[in-house]
Design a protein around this ligand. Structure first.
Ligand SMILES: C[S@@+](CC[C@H](N)C(=O)[O-])C[C@H]1O[C@@H](n2cnc3c(N)ncnc32)[C@H](O)[C@@H]1O
Length: 277
């Protein structure tokens, strides 16, 4: 990643108007997109997965220098913890099946299913990720495992109508991996599912909402989010988004998509989006 970062200026010079998976500093440096590279080098992929798991389970965020006390203090709690996610949205108001789109091996759905026993989950991802999920589910409490279905699905393809059973479409840490054109396509593919579901069935997006300049966000939090934004650019030609950028994305995907509410802020944000019918 550091070597890729050093080629950011070259990448932008070569492709000033387009930034995406292919036109990214990572691909410029290594001649393969991040997904292709990790497919080719499983040992590097395993190290990356371990680092991601470390961030998820970490007890505190980064440290920051407190100018008042002149001491290092722990940063805000890591947003990636499933417990935080369970607190930022009233999951108990939902009924039926939450479709966890790009849900990986299902670890977040499992955590939510433990906490909200009235909900079922459908985890959608590639066969490779779901195979890991099957191994995890085999060791899980059957009362939880029986409420989790694993379904192979490419999120660029339209959702099959799930009808009344669908409580929400949930996407965690998906959009920040993708440039606007790809993110728009992922959102658009959800629309057939929303059209078949009960009115106001939400899309729940767990991703960062970047602060606007000078809006009072503590500097250490803003720095962490902007650093993440640059990492998404370097690795994937993608980005984190401000609230206004999210709203532009929803409108580009479908004029009827409306941001109903942003639950929590910044690192822990969860965006609730509905389709006006
Ligand atoms: C950053 S991970 C997030 C996983 C999970 N939502 C979480 O919060 O831990 C992005 C996920 O998107 C999945 N993914 C990438 N391309 C996909 C596609 N075309 N269709 C479905 N899933 C995809 C990856 O396999 C990966 O599990």
């Amino acid at each position: 990643m550091f070597k890729s970062a050093s080629l950011t200026a070259d990448c932008i010079k070569a492709s000033p108007q387009v930034s995406d998976l292919v036109h990214s500093p990572f691909t410029t440096r290594l001649g393969a997109t991040m997904f292709e590279y990790y497919e080719k080098y499983p040992e590097h992929a395993a190290r990356f997965a371990k680092a991601m798991a470390g961030v998820t389970t970490s007890k505190s965020g980064t440290f920051f220098f407190d100018r008042n006390t002149m001491a290092n203090r722990p940063g805000s709690p890591v947003d990636r913890k499933p417990s935080t996610l369970g607190d930022v949205f009233p999951w108990d108001t939902l009924r039926g099946t939450v479709v966890d789109v790009g849900g990986g091996s299902g670890h977040i759905s499992i955590a939510l299913a433990r906490r909200f026993p009235h909900l079922s989950f459908r985890v959608q991802d590639s066969e490779k990720m779901l195979a890991q999920g099957r191994r995890v589910l085999a060791k899980e409490d059957p009362a939880v495992a029986s409420r989790i279905e694993l379904q192979q699905h490419d999120f660029f393809q339209p959702q099959q109508p799930g009808g009344n059973a669908v409580a929400a479409f949930f996407l965690r840490h998906v959009f920040h991996n993708w440039a606007d054109a790809d993110s728009t396509a992922i959102l658009r593919a959800l629309v057939p599912g929303l059209e078949a579901a009960p009115a106001r069935t939400p899309i729940l997006i767990s991703d960062r909402v970047l602060p606007c300049l000078g809006d009072g966000t503590p500097l250490h939090e803003e720095r962490a989010m902007r650093r993440q934004d640059i990492m998404m650019l370097v690795g994937l030609g993608a980005k984190e988004r401000t609230r206004a950028e999210w709203e532009t994305l929803f409108r580009a995907a479908d004029e009827r998509l409306e941001l109903k509410r942003v639950h929590a802020q910044g690192q822990s944000a969860l965006l609730e989006v509905v389709l006006r019918k």
